[in-house]
Design a protein around this ligand. Structure first.
Ligand SMILES: NC(=O)c1ccc[n+]([C@@H]2O[C@H](COP(=O)([O-])OP(=O)(O)OC[C@H]3O[C@@H](n4cnc5c(N)ncnc54)[C@H](O)[C@@H]3O)[C@@H](O)[C@H]2O)c1
Length: 255
């Protein structure tokens, strides 16, 4: 494989579908080498194939980002494919629900709680640790973590484990921004409102109909509405944006 030496390399987690696919596609079109990571191996293979067919420089790694050895393997494979990690987009997340509704706190199991925290928050820590090593060496890096409107304000649809993990993502991003700024590395967070993806489709259409009335722009977002802001945050234009939480929600929450 020929790797253009001036291309920067990005990892996007949860990139087989939903928002992550849109982000991977956008970064690929922006000229990054992109490693798509996802637990759904078959879906991932199809997504990587589709992006390669577009002529983009992409590879896929099937992994469970809630497992430390998988994260280490993802970082190692990325370096093998393309070299050091320049950009990390921690996008993968899970929001377990029961019949499309959030589960009562007293009904959550400890295993269920720990799994959500592992996938939605601890993975950010593990992957950032890997990426930071490369970024500090090169003196440049961009980390974008996906939180959620539910982690910023009144959580209506998601379980307590999800809400706690997404608020934790914001705190972790701020810690990264403070510690890594001196090394040319920025860390920022995006807090999406409702974006049309498989995750959002689990929510009942009645809830979605009620929610859309609260969005000033009058529509739900699409993956491209998150991919665009990420394209900016990982660019040189965003060099002074560090530790920010960007609400991308059509105005349904104004922080
Ligand atoms: N869709 C929304 O309305 C919305 C709103 C706010 C925040 N978010 C957040 O945005 C991110 C993307 O959400 P989405 O709507 O695209 O979700 P999605 O469920 O449609 O896609 C998530 C992807 O992550 C992958 N994934 C799940 N667990 C994984 C694991 N352990 N290891 C590797 N990959 C794994 C899935 O296979 C899937 O491809 C999530 O962090 C989510 O919490 C989504």
């Amino acid at each position: 494989m020929t790797v253009e030496s001036n291309r920067k390399t990005a990892i996007v987690t949860g990139a087989a579908g939903g928002m992550g696919y849109g982000i991977a596609e956008r970064l690929g079109r922006d000229g990054f080498n992109v490693v798509l990571a996802d637990i759904q191996a078959d879906l991932l293979a199809g997504s990587v194939k589709a992006l390669k067919a577009e002529g983009l420089s992409v590879e896929g790694v099937a992994c469970d980002i809630g497992v430390q050895s998988d994260v280490q393997d993802l970082a190692a494979k990325t370096r093998e494919f393309f070299g050091p990690i320049d950009v990390l987009v921690n996008n993968a997340g899970i929001s377990p629900k029961k019949n499309g509704k959030k589960e009562a706190i007293e009904d959550l199991t400890y295993d269920g709680w720990n799994r959500v925290l592992a996938v939605n928050l601890s993975s950010h820590f593990l992957l950032a640790q890997e990426a930071i090593r490369d970024m500090k060496k090169s003196g440049w890096g961009r980390i974008v973590n996906i939180s959620s409107q539910g982690g910023r304000t009144r959580p209506q649809w998601a379980g307590a484990h999800y809400t706690a993990s997404k608020s934790g993502v914001i705190g972790f991003t701020r810690a990264l921004a403070l510690d890594l700024g001196p090394f040319g590395v920025t860390a920022n967070c995006i807090a999406p409102g409702r974006i049309i993806t498989p995750m959002a489709n689990v929510i009942s259409s009645a809830s979605n109909d009620a929610f859309i009335k609260e969005i000033p722009v009058g529509f739900f977002g699409e993956p491209k509405d998150i991919a665009g802001p990420i394209s900016f945050l990982v660019s040189e234009d965003a060099r002074f944006v560090n530790g920010a939480v960007l609400d991308v929600n059509g105005g349904s929450f104004m922080g």
